[in-house]
Write a protein that binds this ligand. Structure first.
Ligand SMILES: [Zn+2]
Length: 287
């Protein structure tokens, strides 16, 4: 994982609110980055933030996923995922158990949101990582497609798991629209422009389709209590910080209605996560 201290002001650029196109007001100085809040809509974002080239270097770092919430279990899970068997050195670690709980909980949530309809149809995951969720979705009966910015993650998903994963930004992916389900687990906080991201998702999901996502939220208790010590602040990677209200604003502008928010850390789809939520959104008719 690249350390914060190794980035300088030359690696950064100033950005404006993706909704209001105005600069934010400083909330926390975490030089060379700044945590700012839009004076109009209250969306929190990072400015200055890493330039796109610096961001690509960060995501291509082979250690990137190992520094995240999954811990080192992800690499062993990724190594095991082809046969699904737990490994002796970490298959049943707490991180791995969480990963499995999220995957099962999220697949069950998709079924519930579709009125109990059997799995099947086209499912797109944006931010597919190593492809673990996508492999489970395929196992459940979905025809899957994925998009992942990290070359390390995308390569594993393609070569080891045989998944159809495009390496790059969603806006550049050659995808046919009409997906029944679009998932974006812990992704919207990473994208260069969330409005453009959700508009692209809207163009890809079927009119009767459903969009499911997870994201940290800045109105959570840990975020409010801990300030700059909030473990999820990560100003290099997490460049947008939503609340349910600001996320609903961005989604609505993109033609999507936020129809459900799951904040409980006891819900399987959000298990153990005190500072994150799972959201469900649907296309707004005519939008
Ligand atoms: Zn704004």
């Amino acid at each position: 994982m690249t350390e914060l201290a190794s980035w300088t002001a030359q690696d950064t650029e100033d950005v404006v609110c993706c909704l209001c196109r105005v600069p934010g007001t400083l909330v926390h100085d975490v030089a060379p980055f700044g945590v700012v809040r839009c004076p109009q809509c209250e969306l929190v974002f990072i400015s200055p933030r890493l330039r796109p080239e610096a961001l690509q270097r960060l995501y291509d770092d082979v250690g990137y996923f190992e520094g995240g919430v999954y811990g080192s279990a992800v690499s062993s899970a990724a190594a095991d995922a082809d046969d699904g068997a737990p490994s002796a050195e970490g298959g049943w670690s707490p991180a791995m158990l969480l990963q499995r709980t999220w995957t099962a909980g999220r697949l069950a949530l998709i079924d519930r949101e579709r009125g109990g309809a059997a799995a099947g149809g086209r499912l797109l995951e944006v931010g597919a990582g190593y492809g673990l969720f996508l492999a489970a979705a395929r196992e459940a009966g979905w025809t899957t497609s994925g998009v992942e910015l990290s070359r390390t993650g995308a390569q594993h998903a393609q070569d080891t798991l045989g998944l159809d994963v495009f390496c790059g930004q969603l806006e550049d992916a050659p995808l046919a629209s009409g997906f029944d389900v679009v998932c974006a687990w812990d992704t919207a906080e990473h994208v260069p422009d969330p409005l453009s991201f959700w508009r692209t998702v809207r163009s890809l999901v079927a009119d009767d389709g459903v969009v499911l996502f997870s994201t940290p939220y800045v109105s959570s208790l840990p975020a409010r209590l801990l300030g700059t010590r909030w473990w999820t602040l990560k100003p290099t990677e997490h460049i947008w910080h939503f609340t349910p209200r600001t996320h609903a604003l961005v989604l609505a502008r993109a033609g999507l209605a936020l129809t459900r928010v799951i904040r409980s850390p006891l819900a399987p789809a959000n298990a153990g996560r005190l500072d994150s939520l799972v959201g469900v959104a649907r296309p707004i008719p005519g939008a």
